[in-house]
Ligand binder design. Structure first.
Ligand SMILES: [Zn+2]
Length: 496
């Protein structure tokens, strides 16, 4: 059994002004044997594909893997070049049986309404109808029935934090192998509930989402035959015609059954749309800082202040407020600022110097701060992820510095990364438990570590590109007239 393997991944905040280019993807792109070496045994979708190939005696043909995390939009030619490369690679493989793809689902390019649909359809045109095509998606992908029509079956992560990336690869590849062996005939149906939620509330431990996902798992367990369900939260910061939740059910030769199950769950999501949109309180900046600083002396564990609207890991709203109030025992890990890292290197370890810090990505990232700080460390840093999400993957932070501003410890990095696990501290020889206050910028992935490590998590809304208030975003492609929360506004306007 010959299975081609490829991946293209980016989560695009379409409202951000910056555009990822081909060279940005190429910096970390893997091809051929380097995919086997780099991703075998990791908690990634391709890691899961490879595991199943090995276990089931299938021969993998790894083509290309181009991966960026949460960034801005993508240049059109990036979509075209990787699609062409994948298709050229497919033509080269004689007697190919199947194609396993890993796509995010929320890539956004100016000239492509649905980049993932374009890629899947190009693959289908290349291999024809006799070769099976299956896709593993991110839980934050934006899809509709047309996006996946050219695939035989698709799957998405069932957890956020995404601790089940490899498991998703295994589910996808397992379906592929069973299909090619003639054991099952997959039928895949996608239903849209017409609901958006901000990423901060897409964490799968939060209710009512956790209960909806538990129902999906129960349905799978109680099913007579093969059943796989993906509930996708979608990605509200990529403005697409299909932004928002999706429910996908894959059955064995039972399209009606798949449609019934996906519809039942989609209807539940619609019924619980208000709780899904706002399951926990949101703090204004000053209220959060005041609450955290008052609470800190009375608790043993750190308090996490979550600057979640920051999409580029360089917002300064919270850091500015904490400096002004003289916060103690405070850590601000992984502030992205290559220029500040260079300036710290020029000053040298042990120097006290004045730097401008943060807010490089856009005018919405807060004030650019001028700070006096001590340079405690400065050198290129990299590590392999120890946390459950992307476990084992290589992260290169580039030139990095650890700075002390009063009693606030700020680590500055030159290559974009979100602090989601303890690595953000240990790479600088630090321990998150030594701090009273920790500023993070993750949406859901930090919860794998910080849900237990933290005394309290305060969600702070700042005026950045990923706000909790989706009504404030200037959607153009999404037809908001039929989508919650916009539909509620429209109804109120009509009633007046
Ligand atoms: Zn995701």
């Amino acid at each position: 059994m010959k299975l081609a393997i490829a991946g293209f991944h980016i989560e695009s905040v379409s409202f951000l002004p910056n555009t990822s280019q081909y060279a940005d993807f190429e910096e970390g792109a893997l091809r051929g044997a380097s995919i086997l070496e780099g991703l075998g045994g990791t908690n990634t979708v391709l890691g899961g594909f490879l595991e199943v190939c090995e276990a089931r005696g299938a021969t993998p043909f790894p083509l290309v893997y181009a991966y960026l995390g949460a960034m801005g939009r993508v240049a059109d030619n990036v979509i075209e070049r990787y699609t062409d490369e994948i298709c050229r690679g497919l033509v080269e493989i004689d007697d190919l049986d199947g194609v396993l793809l890993h796509l995010h689902g929320a890539a956004w390019a100016p000239g492509y309404e649905d980049p993932e649909r374009y890629m899947i359809e190009a693959v289908r045109r290349t291999v024809g109808d006799d070769v099976s095509v299956m896709v593993g998606f991110d839980y934050h992908g934006n899809l509709d029935a047309d996006s996946i029509r050219a695939a035989d079956a698709v799957f998405a992560y069932q957890k956020s934090p995404h601790t089940d990336m490899d498991e998703t690869g295994r589910r996808t590849a397992d379906c592929m192998v069973r299909t090619l062996n003639g054991e099952i005939h997959p039928r895949c149906v996608l239903v849209k509930p017409g609901v958006l939620t901000p990423s901060i509330f897409s964490a799968t431990q939060l209710n009512p989402l956790a209960e909806i996902l538990a129902e999906a798992r129960r349905l799978e367990q109680e099913a007579n035959g093969y059943l796989d369900i993906s509930v996708m939260a979608g990605f509200s910061y990529a403005d697409a015609t299909n932004t928002g939740f999706s429910v996908i059910a894959v059955t064995d030769d039972d399209s009606e059954g798949a449609r019934g199950i996906a519809t039942t769950l989609a209807e539940r999501i619609w019924r619980q749309r208000r709780e899904l949109y706002r399951p926990e309180p949101i703090y204004a900046l000053d209220d959060a800082v005041e609450h955290a600083m008052a609470l800190a002396p009375h608790v043993d564990k750190p308090i996490v202040l979550l600057e979640h609207a920051d999409r580029m890991s360089d917002s300064t709203y919270l850091l500015d407020a904490l400096i002004k109030r003289g916060a103690q025992r405070t850590a601000v890990p992984f502030l992205w600022d290559p220029e500040a890292a260079e300036a710290a290197a020029a000053a040298g370890v042990g120097a006290t110097t004045t730097l401008t810090l943060g807010a490089r990505s856009s005018h919405k990232a807060g004030p650019r701060l001028t700070v006096e700080c001590e340079v405690l460390q400065v050198e290129p840093k990299s590590y392999h992820v120890s946390g459950a999400m992307l476990r084992g993957s290589y992260v290169n932070l580039g030139l990095s510095a650890l700075l002390r501003i009063g009693d606030i410890m700020v680590s500055v990095i030159s290559r974009f990364a979100f602090g989601v696990d303890e690595d953000a501290f240990t790479v600088f020889g630090q321990n998150p438990r030594d701090y009273d206050l920790i500023v993070l910028r993750s949406k859901t992935h930090f919860r794998q570590v910080y849900q237990d490590l933290a005394e309290e998590i305060l969600i702070v809304d700042t005026p950045d590109y990923g706000p909790a208030d989706l009504l404030s975003l200037p959607y153009e492609r999404l037809d908001t007239r039929r989508i919650y929360p916009f539909v509620e506004l429209a109804a109120k306007a009509e009633a007046r």
